[in-house]
Design a protein around this ligand. Structure first.
Ligand SMILES: [Zn+2]
Length: 204
């Protein structure tokens, strides 16, 4: 079939099509929207993407995303430093912060164990977590991984590893009753807040 679009337009459609939830038709529609948009508006989008990729990095302490030397949560002296919540991804921090019930610090694993995708413990920020537990005065670790099969497997692994290495550490998890199989970011804020408040000691 003859090429329908000039190369540059085809490239834009291909890139948009890579975004989650954007199928081929939506990518086409967005591309034509951008072509028709005023230059400033389209360039604003391009510059915002460039800026975010240029300036964002992982916080060296908790691996949240930040455009500063450390993230805004690690910089916040009001937050309780003795309680640490372990999550899979930075977006989980956003979901938990929206609840407004947690005032401790975080640690982002940057993923979850997934043997099928060759994600092993050494591919996650577990060694860094253990270093924090050794160096910082942390009393409780909340394992707030996604209530999915892979998230649960990661929780079990971490709980056993932390218990072996830090016997005095209090290890808790958000209360179940969360719909199994969904990600933290899709759980209703009120349910997540309730699960966090009603967290219980990890008992395996
Ligand atoms: Zn941080």
């Amino acid at each position: 079939m003859a090429q329908l679009y000039p190369d540059s337009v085809q490239r834009l459609i291909t890139e948009l099509n890579r975004l989650p939830g954007i199928g081929a038709r939506s990518a086409e529609r967005l591309a034509f929207h951008l072509l028709a948009a005023p230059r400033d508006e389209a360039m604003g989008l391009a510059l915002a993407i460039r800026e975010v990729k240029h300036s964002l990095r992982a916080c060296p302490r908790c691996f949240n995303v930040t455009d500063a030397p450390t993230c805004h949560i690690c910089r916040d002296a009001e937050r309780r430093q003795q309680i640490l919540c372990v999550v899979e991804l930075p977006r989980d921090i956003i979901a938990l912060e929206k609840c407004g019930v947690y005032d401790g610090v975080y640690h982002v694993l940057q993923g979850r164990l997934d043997p099928l995708a060759n994600i092993a413990p050494e591919n996650l920020r577990i060694a860094e977590l253990c270093r924090r537990l050794t160096a910082e005065n942390i009393e409780e670790v909340i394992l707030a991984l996604n209530p999915t099969t892979a998230g649960d497997a990661t929780t079990h692994y971490l709980a056993a590893a932390l218990r072996a290495q830090f016997p005095a550490l209090k290890i808790t998890a958000p209360a179940r009753g969360l719909t199994a199989g969904v990600d933290i970011e899709t759980i209703a804020t009120s349910s997540l807040a309730a699960a966090l408040r009603a967290r219980a000691d990890w008992a395996e």
